[in-house]
Design a protein around this ligand. Structure first.
Ligand SMILES: Nc1nc2c(ncn2[C@@H]2O[C@H](COP(=O)(O)OP(=O)(O)OP(=O)(O)O)[C@@H](O)[C@H]2O)c(=O)[nH]1
Ligand SMILES: [Mg+2]
Length: 442
């Protein structure tokens, strides 16, 4: 839909560029980087920053953040971990953060042009909250409880609690708190089993600060006082999601990178894989929501410009250095099959990347036959470890695929970084991804 507004923005951008001297009016491009926890967001941003900062022209520099309450992405610290001896992986991160860079493009005899790039490390768990915006409490609860019922014995304590509730339970704070605690524990356990389509996302990845009282709900399809109390809290939760999304920071994301650890999902088995697929589909569907006509009309009614639509989306399968080059084509194809392009005019492309390459390809003779494998150093070990996890399917796997287990991925150590990472970080496929993302601005 956004089509008819685009020319407006283009014109204003071009005007700014014409007027822009010495960076005073330089353009800002904001890139959301999202993916579920452990998908590889921090490694991606650290490597992107190190590789861009290592370039000559355009010349990149870390930029000051300005007036925002979003914390800064701690690039120096994450890079120092990778560059340590022995190299370490950056620590887990658990909140939004922002990495700002300026690109100076030399255009002699014209003045240099400056562009500000803001990369936002955005937890994918929060993206999974977007479908809530179009669901009421009962509809949402029904969907969640259906998924939970299929998730095996881990769900029993929570389900037993639900069964034990009287038909029209009263709106009692202690009941709500007990149910909330059990439900949250269930989400954590399911995440531990490799599942990812888990809602609400902020239960697993809370916003900074102490949790507001309306966080205390759980899915429930009963009636009565408790149902009313939980529905009210659900409504407040959805309102907070809507508010976050409308905040200037998130409403103005121009480009999006969605990272997914598809190879681990292949190892975790059919249930985890189907679940990862559902999560990707839900986030892609949520992106569609951003383009919805009603959203645009609503903002026009409030006399605001509609949110600027996302122009480009890159879906990337991460950690592709766990398989050899010949299999990475399949991994890209698999990603394309899983993350179908959202409607709405954004340009979409699919990639298989390794932000921090840990392995080299080699031909391994297994039972007399040569296979394309990789080798690298496993964390804390001296010798090189060889690895061939299995064939990567080029489309969503059929039942026969699961008969041969896709092996676990070894925890490889990043390669030693010369010169503290100032020369960049070895990677696979980052250039192609960045080129797709930024070719029109740089
Ligand atoms: N072999 C390999 N492993 C990677 C790569 N990128 C990430 N990993 C592994 O995946 C782990 C998680 O990566 P992170 O970048 O911390 O993931 P994240 O999405 O930021 O995770 P949270 O901060 O927990 O949300 C790392 O600690 C590495 O073990 C890669 O390019 N190659
Ligand atoms: Mg992180």
């Amino acid at each position: 839909m956004s089509g008819w507004f685009d020319p407006l923005f283009r014109v204003s951008d071009n005007l700014l560029e014409l007027v822009g001297v010495g960076g005073v009016f330089s353009r800002t491009v904001r890139i959301g980087v999202t993916g579920l926890s452990r998908a590889g967001k921090t490694a991606f941003l650290t490597s992107v920053a190190a590789n861009l900062l290592a370039r000559g022209n355009p010349r990149f520099a870390l930029a000051p953040l300005g007036a925002t309450d979003v914390p800064r992405f701690d690039h120096p610290r994450h890079l120092a971990a990778l560059a340590a001896d022995p190299p370490r992986w950056p620590e887990r991160t658990d909140a939004v953060s922002i990495l700002a860079l300026t690109a100076t493009i030399e255009r002699a005899p014209f003045p240099d042009r400056r562009i500000r790039l803001e990369f936002l490390d955005y937890p994918g768990e929060w993206l999974l909250d977007l479908p809530l915006l179009s669901q009421d409490f009962t509809g949402w609860s029904r969907g969640v409880l259906e998924r939970v019922a299929k998730s095996g014995p881990r769900a029993e304590p929570f389900l037993a609690f639900l069964r034990g509730l009287p038909a029209r339970a009263a709106g009692d704070e202690a009941l709500a708190a007990a149910g909330h605690r059990l439900y949250r524990e269930l989400l954590q356990a399911l995440r531990g089993q490799g599942l990812s389509y888990l809602q609400p996302g902020r239960f697993l990845m809370p916003a900074p600060g102490s949790p507001p009282p309306w966080m205390g709900f759980f899915p429930y399809t009963g009636e009565g006082g408790l149902a009313g109390l939980l529905a009210n809290r659900y409504a407040a939760y959805v309102e907070a999601v809507r508010r976050d999304l409308a905040s200037p920071l998130f409403a103005h994301v121009d480009r999006l990178v969605v990272l997914a650890d598809i190879l681990s999902a292949l190892h975790d088995g059919p249930a985890a894989f189907a679940d990862a697929y559902a999560a990707l589909a839900a986030s892609a569907g949520a992106l569609r929501w951003q383009f919805s006509l009603s959203e645009a009309l609503q903002s026009l009614l409030r006399l605001e410009m509609p949110p600027r639509a996302i122009e480009r989306v890159a879906f990337a399968a991460t950690k592709s250095d766990h398989v050899a080059e010949r299999q990475r084509g399949n991994l890209t194809a698999l990603m394309r099959d899983l993350a179908r392009a959202p409607a709405g005019g954004a340009r979409v492309a699919h990639f298989a990347i390794a932000s921090v390459r840990c392995t080299e390809d080699f031909v391994w003779t297994l039972e007399g036959r040569p296979v394309s494998a990789v080798r690298g150093r496993v964390l804390g070990e001296r010798r090189l470890t060889r690895s061939y996890p299995g064939e990567v399917p080029d489309h969503a796997p059929d039942p026969s695929f699961w008969e041969h287990k896709f092996l676990a991925l070894p925890a490889f150590e990043p390669m030693a970084l010369p010169d503290g990472g100032r020369l960049g970080v070895p990677n696979i496929g980052l250039d192609a991804l960045l080129e797709f993302l930024l070719e029109d601005v740089l």
